[in-house]
Design a protein around this ligand. Structure first.
Ligand SMILES: [Fe+2]
Ligand SMILES: [Fe+2]
Length: 136
């Protein structure tokens, strides 16, 4: 069973955003699978680096939409993005710098909550606004 199961609960109702969130879910699941199958430190580091990079790309995509549609709560949302990206980059760096480092179930649980809480609490707020502006 994947660490994060994609359910309707995670959908924000906008196709392009759901696709990107699914990709992030898949990346975290891939990291978890790699951990469970005792993959090399190098492979885990690669997946982790990809997750951090794609997260940055996704956040930029959302923030561009806020600017395009004049989303009023963008400042707070962007502040959360900065915090989230700082957390994942720090964890990724710490893992890569330590060749003995292993991925732990706790770290995976952290990443699961890190992503799903943001989608369900914060992304859904802007999605409602964008949908009211006709975004699908
Ligand atoms: Fe998002
Ligand atoms: Fe977001």
């Amino acid at each position: 069973m994947p660490l994060i199961e994609w359910t309707a609960e995670l959908s924000v109702g906008i196709d392009s955003i759901d696709e990107q969130h699914k990709k992030l879910v898949n990346m975290i699941n891939a990291l978890n699978d790699a951990m469970l199958t005792n993959s090399s430190h190098e492979l885990l580091g690669k997946i982790f680096t990809g997750l951090a990079a794609y997260t940055q790309k996704h956040f930029t995509y959302e923030e561009d939409m806020f600017a395009e549609y004049g989303y009023a709560d963008s400042v707070e949302h962007k502040r959360q993005h900065s915090e989230l990206i700082a957390q994942v980059v720090e964890l990724k760096e710490r893992f890569i710098e330590n060749p003995q480092g292993t991925m732990s179930a706790d770290l995976m649980l952290f990443l699961k909550r890190w992503l799903t809480n943001h989608i369900m609490r914060t992304d859904k707020e802007y999605a409602e606004f964008l949908i009211s502006k006709g975004v699908k």
